[in-house]
Each structure stands twice: as structure tokens, then as C-alpha cells.
Design a binder for this molecule. Structure first.
Ligand SMILES: C[S@@+](CC[C@H](N)C(=O)[O-])C[C@H]1O[C@@H](n2cnc3c(N)ncnc32)[C@H](O)[C@@H]1O
Length: 245
């Protein structure tokens, strides 16, 4: 790993932090307030998945937390089979109990790091990944994960990301970091803003929208789309072609 990436939190540290944070991720109405436009991006990604895959039978929620994205998806397509992956067992247990009440489909929980977890091939109509992929460190890790998601989707299936992003221009990073700082100060004051910036510095290695859309194309997604962007947060995704060349 590069020296900067070595200083970042380990998987065990990330898991320990989220183990303590189940309540904060269990609010369906507000989503996570540190994420700008969290309720809107949850609505847009699941609405996009519904419009492309209205007859979906099976979804995969990566970094499911307490299950908010899957619950929102079930509000649009009932009785899906739901596979929920997370590092944190307390998150998964909360997600299983919340999701299990809302679907007559199968609910499977998988505890693990998405980088190491093997996925079945051509099983899912929809894959959702919200506020999780920014924990991937190396470009090669991002490629490994995008490739396995592509293979895990059925032909015609779709993959939707809502996440913290960076910009390819340093000047734009500065601009949008300032705007995000102002948003956090308004939400919780200067100490809260500093706390959030400190854990982003310690824990996160986000990539730009361009990087992720280009990677989607490289692994085989044909159509990609940006659904929303506000400062350092965006929602976007890709569709797996129905027939492969
Ligand atoms: C910020 S929370 C988001 C939860 C949920 N997606 C939401 O938007 O409400 C991120 C979740 O991803 C999980 N996570 C972090 N890194 C992960 C990894 N490498 N593999 C699987 N899950 C991971 C954390 O344990 C946490 O529950």
C-alpha cells in the first residue's frame, strides 16, 4: 500500500466504529444526516432500480448498515429475496430483523469485507452500495469489487451507488470541502464539523464520479448514469447489458 493508505483505519477499526453506531443508521426518514441529501439519494437510487428492473426478484445490499436502502427498495418492489452484506454483525442483525418483517422473500446476511466476500454469479437483479465503497483503498480493490458486482448481476440488472466522492480537480475539492464544512457547521456546530472531517481523513478513501463510471464501463456495464450530485456526495450507477458481446 502507499504510505497514505497505510495510515487509514483498518477493517477491524471500521467494523468496531460501526458496531457502536446501529441506532444512527436505523432512521429511515432522515437516513444519515452527515450525508448531504441522504433521503433524496436513497429515493433516487431505488427509484432508478425500480424503473430499470420492475420485476426484480433478488437484491444485494452491500454495506447494508441497518437496512435502510433495502427497506426503501421493498417499498417499491415487495417480497424481494434480500442478501445483506456488512462488516458489522450488530448492523446485520438489526437489518435482518427490520427487513425480515417487510418481505416474504428469503433474507440472507453475510458478515464480511466486500473485497474478500465471494458473490454468486448472475443472481441479482439489483445491487445497491450506499456509503460503503469509499472504504476501498487501492484502485485494484475498486476494480475487483466492481468486477464481482458485474458478474453477480443478472443480464439487464443494475448497480446503484450513493456515496462520498472526490473531484478530479484539486481546486474543486477545496471548493466542495468548504461547502460541506459549512453544511456540517449548520447541522451541528464547528466541533461536529471537525469530528466528521477527522474521521473522513482517518477512515475514507473516496474516488471521483469519473473514476467510478469509467471503471463501470471497463468491467462491462454499458449504460451508466448520474442521478444526483451535491458537493462531495453523489448517486450514480450502471446497467449490465442483456446480451454480452
Ligand atoms: C455509512 S454505513 C451505511 C449503511 C447503509 N448503506 C445506509 O446507507 O444506511 C456503512 C456500512 O458499511 C459497512 N462497511 C464498511 N466497510 C465495509 C466493507 N469493506 N465491506 C462490507 N461492509 C462494509 C459498515 O459496517 C457500515 O454498516
Amino acid at each position: 500500500m502507499k504510505p497514505d493508505e497505510l495510515k487509514k483505519s483498518s477493517q477491524a477499526e471500521i467494523r468496531a466504529r460501526f458496531d457502536q453506531d446501529v441506532e444512527r443508521f436505523s432512521n429511515l426518514e432522515t437516513g444519515q444526516q452527515t450525508t448531504m441529501d441522504a433521503p433524496l439519494t436513497m429515493e433516487l437510487t431505488t427509484a432508478a432500480a425500480f424503473s430499470l428492473n420492475p420485476k426484480a426478484k433478488a437484491i444485494l445490499d452491500i454495506g447494508c448498515g441497518a437496512g435502510n436502502y433495502t427497506l426503501t427498495m421493498l417499498g417499491k418492489i415487495p417480497d424481494l429475496d434480500c442478501t445483506l452484506i456488512d462488516l458489522s454483525l450488530p448492523m446485520l442483525e438489526r437489518a435482518r430483523s427490520r427487513v425480515g418483517c417487510q418481505t416474504s422473500g428469503r433474507v440472507e446476511i453475510v458478515q464480511g469485507d466486500i473485497l474478500e466476500t465471494s458473490l454468486p454469479q448472475q443472481q441479482f437483479d439489483v445491487v445497491l452500495a450506499a456509503a460503503v465503497l469509499h472504504h476501498l483503498r487501492l484502485d485494484a480493490d475498486w476494480e475487483t469489487v466492481f468486477r464481482k458486482i458485474f458478474l453477480a448481476l443478472k443480464p439487464g440488472g443494475s448497480f446503484w451507488i450513493s456515496d462520498l466522492i472526490v473531484h478530479d480537480s484539486a481546486a474543486l475539492n477545496t471548493l466542495f470541502n468548504k461547502r460541506y464544512a459549512a453544511y456540517l457547521i449548520e447541522l451541528g456546530g464547528a466541533d461536529y464539523q471537525q469530528k466528521v472531517f477527522d474521521y473522513i481523513e482517518k477512515e475514507d478513501t473516496p474516488r471521483s464520479i469519473n473514476f467510478q463510471l469509467e471503471l463501470m464501463k471497463r468491467v462491462g456495464f454499458t449504460e451508466t448514469e448520474v442521478l444526483h450530485k451535491n458537493g462531495c456526495f453523489a448517486a450514480f450507477g450502471g446497467v449490465k447489458p442483456i446480451s454480452m458481446p
